[in-house]
Design a protein around this ligand. Structure first.
Ligand SMILES: Nc1nc2c(ncn2[C@@H]2O[C@H](COP(=O)(O)OP(=O)(O)OP(=O)(O)O)[C@@H](O)[C@H]2O)c(=O)[nH]1
Ligand SMILES: [Zn+2]
Length: 207
């Protein structure tokens, strides 16, 4: 892997249509949704007039990942223990209800020949979060991408999230949190390394 990974090498994140995001169309659809909900964006309520534009822009922002270079450096010191970045905040949209799920990610790896810029672990989470997702797929995509691109000894990804679709609506399970875990390489196959990853996550308050 070169020192700077071209974004084009990043695979697709959550569900996207062939056309990508059409803001004008999203705006028209939001105006129609408002009318279906009994609100008139062209009516007397001034605060509603820009709502279709705002909603389209909000979804556009939530679904558009920020480009970045996945900078790596030679592992000259031969560092061969776990590196974990804890409590990376993330937000995504559940593909079932288009409502946010949000929480924190703990991303760890045991380096091979290269180490990666720490912020890039957070950027990869953001990249795959910026789409219509399930928490399981998001977790697995982050782990698979790091395992494929860094060729590390192992990768571990743990996510804790609140899904608004099940806390604020539907079953209304306030306070319910969902945890997911994806392990690759030695973090999956070597019990000691796997236990170390789980202990580090737990030490920081993860479950
Ligand atoms: N596995 C998984 N399920 C999710 C995720 N986000 C939302 N869901 C679930 O997707 C399911 C969709 O189920 P449906 O029965 O079609 O939808 P619904 O009638 O709105 O269901 P309720 O949420 O139970 O009211 C719900 O159980 C959600 O909790 C996720 O990231 N992973
Ligand atoms: Zn949902």
């Amino acid at each position: 892997m070169s020192g700077s990974q071209d974004l084009a090498a990043l695979p697709a994140r959550g569900e996207r249509t062939e056309e990508g995001i059409d803001l004008a169309r999203a705006e028209r659809a939001t105006a129609e949704l408002l009318r279906a909900l009994g609100a008139d964006p062209a009516g007397d309520e001034e605060a509603l007039r820009q709502t279709p534009r705002r909603v389209a822009a909000a979804f556009g922002q939530l679904l558009t990942p920020r480009p970045f270079d996945a900078t790596t450096f030679p592992n000259d010191e031969g560092y061969d223990e776990l590196v974990v970045v804890h409590d990376i905040p993330f937000r995504s949209l559940c593909m079932h209800h288009l409502l946010p799920f949000h929480g924190v990610a703990h991303v760890g790896y045991v380096p091979g020949e290269r180490i990666v810029g720490l912020s890039k672990l957070a950027r990869v989470v953001e990249w795959f979060s910026s789409g219509l997702q399930t928490q399981e797929r998001l977790t697995a995509q982050v782990a698979d991408w790091l395992q494929d691109e860094l060729a590390p000894v192992g990768v571990g990804v743990a996510l804790e999230a609140e899904h608004l679709c099940m806390t604020l609506r539907g079953v209304g399970a306030r306070g319910a949190a969902t945890t997911t875990l994806a392990r690759r390489g030695a973090i999956r196959d070597d019990p000691d390394v796997g236990a170390e990853f789980r202990a580090r996550v737990a030490d920081r308050g993860g479950r």
